[in-house]
Design a protein around this ligand. Structure first.
Ligand code: CUA
Length: 368
């Protein structure tokens, strides 16, 4: 049976390929997975859309492939005579027009239904305003008077309505384990509501091409137990204690001995204050870049690009353009703008700004 052998080989090759892919995908953790939801919005997309549509697709695949294989074998070439040529069977034409139309109709109904449920906005939901910038996320909590960046802290078990805005171009808010994508559009406010069903650190990513380092526009959503969330809010609302001696010394006066105090002075003197806010530092009122009030408790540097460590912060302050090409800060901070000493002092100061709250460890820290 010479005709069957290539077929069998093809099937064997396909099976090996599929097993390899499955094996490799199982080797790595998948922080951006959509099939392990941890929030209501993502759960509905998975259970009411993705799974039914996947089964439908599998059904279509089996039917089409069966007919194909049957035809290949049943009508294979026998001898040299040309078989009778037929085309335009009205019955078949009608069937294969109606069948896909029905499938599309079912998917449309499922989609509209899921969309309707997912767009419900409970009145008592926590409000967070998320603003997209090239290339980072700003998070404001108007009810709590808290402003932060790149880490969005929420309580578990409570609906959160996020008002999505943009400061420049179109971005998209996407936390695959919690909720589907929604665009952040300049001059328009989109809303998305979801509820985390388990505590944890969930990765988010801008999902709309927004410039050269769109791929480096990331964020995290950290879901805390409600009492921990309240503690975090209280912590954020507390003005950090300034390091002793952190006022700019008069001419001829020595710099303070505390590196954190020197760091705060560098922060003011070198103009970081023009773009960044730090509560309690009166000059630091800039809104161009992320609010750095409790930078020491952030998970990452540069919106999810580097893990927040001393070494990485040094690298960033030395040459931001090398870490994240084209970012705004790289326009004013170049190698040599800050001396090694100034960088060391800034690292001690900024990394020491820790909020009084228990934040969980990141289960998927950034791999270099
Ligand atoms: Cu913002 Cu892509």
């Amino acid at each position: 049976m010479s005709l069957h052998r290539p077929l069998r080989r093809g099937l064997q090759a396909a099976a090996v390929l599929m097993l390899t892919v499955l094996f490799l995908s199982g080797c790595q953790s998948s922080p951006m997975t959509t099939i392990e939801p941890a929030g209501t919005h993502a759960e509905r997309i998975l259970n009411d859309l993705l799974i039914p549509v996947a089964w439908a697709a599998l059904g279509v695949f089996v039917v089409v492939e069966s007919i194909l294989l049957y035809s290949v074998i049943r009508f294979r070439r026998r001898g040299d005579t040309m078989p009778v040529q037929i085309h335009g069977d009205t019955r078949i034409e009608v069937m294969w027009t109606i069948a896909p139309a029905l499938i599309v109709l079912v998917i449309a109904v499922l989609t509209f239904r899921t969309q309707a449920v997912n767009s419900a906005m409970p009145k008592d939901a926590l409000r967070v305003v998320a603003t997209g910038h090239q290339w980072w996320f700003q998070f404001d909590y108007p009810q709590q008077g808290v402003n932060t960046a790149n880490d969005m802290i929420i309580p578990v078990g409570r609906d959160v309505t996020v008002e999505l805005k943009s400061d420049d171009v179109i971005h998209s808010f996407w936390v695959p384990r919690l909720a589907g994508k929604t665009d952040m559009i300049p001059t328009k406010t989109n809303l998305i509501t979801f509820r985390a069903t388990q505590p944890g650190v969930f990765r988010g990513h801008c999902a709309e091409f927004c410039g050269t380092v769109h791929a480096m526009m990331r964020f995290r959503v950290i879901a805390l137990a409600p009492e921990e969330f309240d503690r975090w809010v209280a912590g954020e609302r507390t003005v950090p204690v300034a390091p002793a001696g952190a006022t700019i010394p008069a001419a001829g006066q020595p710099a303070p001995s505390d590196p954190a105090a020197r760091g705060q002075i560098v922060f003011v003197r070198k103009g970081c204050i023009g773009c960044h806010m730090i509560n309690g530092v009166p000059q630091a009122v800039g809104r161009t870049g992320p609010n750095l009030t409790y930078f020491g408790s952030r998970y990452t540097i540069a919106a999810g690009v580097l893990e927040n460590t001393d070494e990485n912060l040094k690298r960033w302050l030395h040459n931001p353009d090398e870490v994240k090409p084209g970012n705004i800060m790289a326009g004013s901070v170049k190698p040599g703008t800050l001396t090694d000493e100034e960088i060391n002092d800034l690292v001690v100061y900024l990394r020491g700004l820790k909020v009084d709250a228990a934040l969980p460890a990141d289960p998927d820290p950034i791999r270099p």
